[in-house]
Design a protein around this ligand. Structure first.
Ligand SMILES: Cc1cc2nc3c(=O)[nH]c(=O)nc-3n(C[C@H](O)[C@H](O)[C@H](O)COP(=O)(O)OP(=O)(O)OC[C@H]3O[C@@H](n4cnc5c(N)ncnc54)[C@H](O)[C@@H]3O)c2cc1C
Length: 481
């Protein structure tokens, strides 16, 4: 027996995409219900409260070129959204380098000989350009051609392999196109010299952050919409029934009870491979096979509460060197002083993992032992200064762009395109390596498709040029610098 109105929209997942869709429908006075499996909102951008401390699960800076989003967020957070001057560094071959790079800093730390080598390698790649017979076939070829081998090996290839757990020669160029498109050797040098304020996206040196953590934005959206709409937390999808062209019924477990809805529309923001598992009848075998070959990379976090007021000035630091077991360390207090008590601070240590590998299975105590010696060696924290520690695991943190993933994804997307009342939006939902801004956009696009009665192309979110020029979301907002 269904217990919802037929014109309701069902939103699966209360992360950035799910809640941006929700609030857009809420503003349009449209009916909807949100179902989220965790006991709090925010998804990958949620913020945990641990006694007097708060931490994101992976540090989240907000940056977007879409002015509509600044107004959208300010509408929710008002003054509780603060500008942060970015200070981040890379630790390479025993030295901390400023990031975004500054020429003087690089030359000083790398030395004249290595710096000259970086330049010569780049010029060598430029000279080879007219003779290339094909476009770069993988991430490794892309970065070497665009930056030269020395720079690529300094911090691009090793860090990328650490994140993805695969050789860069097995990663698609899509990863480069999405993350470092617009960043070039020349742009990096220009930025290093002029410290440009409006450079390509990876070079920005200021961002906005909710005062009480990234997840505070989503907590505030939840507060607004749950005045007159249902947001069911700790609730699970059991099956998504369909007739081949529409979703007809969704069975869920809400507050331990069976909950059934016959929604007019479904906006799914849960990982695409999970959605396929819920479909009843099951998708065709080629779709199931394609999904089985999509890879996800996980993250394990170690969160340390520390008995001193500050460790570094950095919001986060990258550790590409392979002998260092973790990939990134963040100090949440440097995002906002509200994240720790005044006389204490915290560090968030991130390990990139495969589901079920040794680090994934490590206990908190084992993770602490893996980390503390290095943290001490860098002068960050001594064992006796650690008050407490916690660990967290995220199974599907990163959709992996290995070679051939687009074809597999294409098979799944072609199949899902057959469902008229079904939208899928968000990072895991579209298997797209997006940040919050793009997830927010995707959710808004899905909601607007329902409100306006015409389908917007959700794939345009995250392909910056296209959606900035042609997508109808335009508006006044806070300038991003
Ligand atoms: C370590 C890390 C660092 C990041 N840093 C940044 C950053 O600095 N800046 C930035 O802008 N972005 C950053 N991101 C990306 C950002 O977190 C995501 O783009 C965004 O939060 C994704 O939102 P989403 O709604 O698309 O997906 P999700 O956040 O994954 O939301 C999906 C929701 O669905 C729920 N769900 C899953 N299965 C079910 C089910 N069966 N039933 C019900 N609910 C379900 C999940 O619990 C989740 O709440 C980072 C991500 C990671 C992992």
């Amino acid at each position: 027996m269904a217990n919802s109105e037929k014109n309701d929209t069902l939103i699966l997942g209360a992360g950035a995409a799910g809640l941006s869709a929700a609030i857009e429908l809420w503003k349009a006075d449209a009916p909807f219900t949100v179902v989220e499996k965790e006991t709090q909102v925010g998804g990958l951008a949620r913020t945990l409260e641990l006694g007097e401390f708060r931490t994101d699960i992976g540090p989240h800076r907000f940056f977007s070129r879409n002015q509509y989003l600044y107004s959208f967020i300010e509408d929710v957070l008002g003054e509780e959204w603060i500008p942060v001057e970015r200070f981040t560094r890379f630790f390479i071959q025993g030295k901390f380098f400023l990031y975004p790079v500054q020429l003087g800093d690089v030359v000083k730390k790398l030395g004249v000989v290595k710096s000259t080598r970086v330049l010569l390698d780049y010029l060598c790649e430029v000279a080879k350009r007219p003779f290339h017979r094909h476009d770069p076939r993988n991430f490794e070829e892309y970065v070497i051609r665009n930056f030269g081998r020395s720079l690529a090996e300094l911090n691009m290839l090793n860090y990328t392999e650490k994140i993805w757990g695969l050789p860069c020669s097995e990663l698609s160029t899509d990863w480069a196109m999405q993350r470092i498109k617009g960043l070039s050797f020349v742009a990096a040098v220009k930025s290093a010299i002029f410290k440009a304020k409006q450079g390509p996206k990876t070079l920005v040196d200021r961002f906005f952050y909710p005062e009480y953590g990234a997840g505070y934005l989503y907590e505030q959206i939840q507060n607004k919409i749950s005045q007159d709409r249902d947001v069911h937390l700790g609730s699970l999808v059991k099956s998504i029934d369909h007739d081949g062209s529409s979703v007809t019924r969704v069975r869920m477990e809400v507050d331990g009870e069976e909950f059934v809805m016959d929604p007019a529309w479904v906006i799914s923001t849960i990982p695409i491979t999970d959605v396929l598992n819920f479909l009843n009848p099951s998708p065709p075998q080629d779709v199931i096979d394609a999904a089985a070959q999509l890879k996800w990379r996980g993250i394990v976090h170690l969160f340390l509460k520390i008995d001193k007021p500050q460790v570094t000035r950095d919001q986060w630091m990258y550790f590409p060197d392979t002998e260092i077991p973790f990939g990134r360390v963040s100090e949440m207090k440097n995002f906002s002083p509200r994240m720790s008590p005044a006389d204490k601070t915290s560090l968030l240590v991130e390990y990139f993992v495969w589901d079920g590998d040794e680090v994934w299975n490590a206990t908190t105590a084992e993770l602490f032992e893996r980390s503390i010696e290095w943290l001490d060696r860098f002068g960050f924290v001594k064992r006796e200064e650690v008050i407490d520690c916690h660990s967290y695991r995220i199974r599907k943190a990163y959709p992996v762009y290995d070679i051939g993933y687009e074809e597999r994804l294409g098979v799944i997307k072609d199949y899902l395109a057959g469902f008229q009342n079904f939208f899928y939006a968000g990072r895991g939902a579209r298997f797209k390596y997006t940040n919050q801004d793009h997830s927010l956009e995707m959710g808004i696009m899905a909601a607007k498709s329902i409100i306006d009665g015409k389908r917007y192309n959700i794939d345009e979110a995250g392909s910056e040029k296209e959606y900035m020029e042609s997508y109808p979301l335009q508006g006044a907002g806070k300038p991003s610098s």
